[in-house]
Design a protein around this ligand. Sequence first.
Ligand SMILES: [Zn+2]
Length: 222
Amino acid sequence: MPTLSVPSLFHFICISKQLRNDILLAQPAEEPEDEAPEVLPPSVTKLLADSCAISLEDVGLLWDELRQLIWGTYDFVTPCLDLVILKYGHFYGAEGVNSVANFMKNVFSTGPKPKHIFFDNNCTLKRMVQDDEFFANIGLTVDVFHWSCKHSTRDTFCQQHCNPYRYPELQNNDGLSWYFNSSIAEQTNVWFGGYHAICREMGVHKFNFFLDEMIYRRNEDV
Ligand SMILES: [Zn+2]
């Protein structure tokens, strides 16, 4: 096992615990959720390596040694109330659905794929990728907030594929509340909006560096 100071080790354990849902999201559907996965998704490995200033290999070694401890003592009360930003990309001009589909493929090009992806325009995206093997087993739902106010009940395709209420696994056992905070992306947009005035006059390199740094710090806080 790599040698780490006690604070660094504690840091690793804390962050890994908070990434539980991100780790689970990349697991194949048949894997039991109460057992720690043997291998971390590449995006999580990279995030842990960056945030603990250790190598990717060391993350793997630490995970091997500590995963039972990390997995076994997790607090299930409020899963996924906040979001760790694993990846971001630039959409030049507009958020075209085709670009979003390519972005999703790029993010999950290696390692296991998520079981669900929330996106407020998933009904357009779902139509576009119906025959795309990559999206075959991924639920493309619309988050609960957008669902109730921006998607037509007459759109039967949207109702059939993108209605979050059709996926019982997204709800808690009480059948009333949701396991994931599906509006977190929208809430994170609000957070990004706080930097809008600062960023609008920046050149591309400064803009990238600045947002990269802000996201890194936010992930640490989360
Ligand atoms: Zn729709």
